[in-house]
Write a protein that binds this ligand. Structure first.
Ligand SMILES: *Cc1c(COP(=O)(O)O)cnc(C)c1O
Length: 296
């Protein structure tokens, strides 16, 4: 099943007095786009005999939302393991959670009760459920081999896109780091930042993945904890909105900030920024900015 408007377009914009080439993966499909579209392309192409997907993670996850669309499209059941909801979300479903709910996701709310990290406990619970239902297990965020297929497509498109650019530097933001790890197999000169986790985590991941040309990992002057509202991100969000492109506040705005603070890395090079999608998450994130009075 190929539902994507591929190849996605490369558009250029001037920001910070620099030309930015934006790979518009946000335009791949109205509902399945950005990073998770690339990573789950392999899943879309597969026909799963089990007809049941099982995964786990946070209650506003982009992976959860994308998997819920794919499950609906392909008539699969989708069981998603997540910690018990906060009261507000229970009362009034919002954002990615509300969309996933409408797509028919079966939520399994699971409260970790032992000392291991929450994520490991959720993961084990999801594997348990997957085994008992004979389901198809997908690790958090789609961090598995299956995602290589779509990332390879992305790399091939970018190679064509950048044919006439000057010593192109490719930027793709990292959460789990899986996407950038795979991208490095197919494309040189990649830059990234750890949106979740940190540089050490990414370095170890890329070592474990045995990547011969690891990416350059940028850092911020002062670190922003994952998902935390910050006026610097908001400013970047607004500047790009004026240029006509919406970026997600958690990943890509952070990526753009890291480029702005490290522009010297890109002297004499054309910057290609891969839009990672995730825009449906902005609704709840903007609400958090309002709660913190960062947006009137
Ligand atoms: C998942 C996601 C990422 C990170 O991808 P990884 O492969 O986990 O590093 C980046 N941006 C958005 C919008 C995402 O949803």
């Amino acid at each position: 099943m190929n539902i994507f408007n591929t190849p996605s377009v490369l558009q250029n914009f001037i920001w910070q007095n620099r030309m930015f080439y934006i790979k518009r993966d946000d335009l791949l499909h109205p509902f399945i786009n950005g990073n998770k579209a690339r990573k789950f392309k392999g899943l879309l192409e597969l026909d799963i005999k089990e007809k049941i997907l099982v995964s786990y993670g946070g209650n506003q996850s982009n992976a959860m939302l994308t998997l819920s669309y794919i499950a609906r499209l392909k008539n699969y059941e989708f069981i998603y393991v997540t910690p018990p909801l906060p009261e507000v979300l229970k009362q009034l479903p919002q954002g990615n959670f509300a969309l996933a709910l409408a797509n028919g996701v079966k939520f399994e709310f699971y409260k970790p009760s032992d000392k291991r990290s929450d994520v490991d406990v959720l993961r084990n619970r999801a594997i348990e459920i997957s085994n008992s239902y004979n389901g198809f297990f997908i690790p958090q965020g789609g961090a598995c081999e299956l995602s290589k297929i779509g990332i390879k497509d992305l790399a091939l498109e970018l190679t064509k896109d950048a044919k006439n650019l000057k010593n192109p530097a490719f930027f793709y933001v990292s959460g789990s780091g899986t996407s950038v790890g795979y991208l490095c197999n197919f494309l040189p000169s990649i830059f990234t930042i750890a949106a979740a986790g940190d540089r050490k985590y990414l370095q170890k991941l890329f070592q474990d993945m045995k990547i011969s040309q690891p990416p350059t990992i940028l850092e911020l002057n002062t670190k922003i904890p994952f998902g935390k509202p910050d006026f610097r991100l908001l400013k970047i969000y607004q500047e790009w909105l004026e240029l006509g492109v919406e970026f997600d506040l958690i990943y890509d705005c952070l990526g753009l900030l890291s480029i702005r603070e490290n522009l010297n890395y890109f002297d004499g090079r054309d910057i290609v920024f891969i839009h990672s999608g995730g825009l449906s998450g902005n609704i709840t994130q903007i609400q958090r900015y309002k709660n913190k009075k960062l947006i009137p």
